[in-house]
Design a protein. Structure first.
Length: 94
């Protein structure tokens, strides 16, 4: 029983490492017709709590471009573009 659990954990770790390595290599090999990074317009806003702590005031800021990478996982200190496209509005809690 313990042997199969260890073997399963080892297989999961190897698959995770292979996924990360493949994602990293696909980004750094510079595949033709696929840019490494893009810029996506995000709309940040502040969520300021009120004194009663039930309500909050939303202060919307101007849209700004944010750099993202065309990969499955975060690389080079940037978020993946597929994630950033789904989370265009970025909440900043105060």
């Amino acid at each position: 029983m313990v042997k199969t659990a260890k073997r399963g954990a080892l297989i999961v770790a190897i698959l995770a490492a292979a996924l990360y390595a493949g994602d990293f290599l696909s980004l750094w090999l510079r595949i033709p017709n696929r840019p490494q990074t893009q810029q996506i317009q995000v709309r940040p806003y502040y969520a300021v709590p009120q004194k009663d702590r039930r309500n909050e005031e939303l202060i919307f800021l101007d849209p700004k471009p944010e750099v993202c990478v065309n990969s499955l996982l975060p690389e080079m200190g940037h978020r993946p573009c597929w994630y950033l496209r789904k989370h265009v509005q970025q909440r900043i809690d105060l």
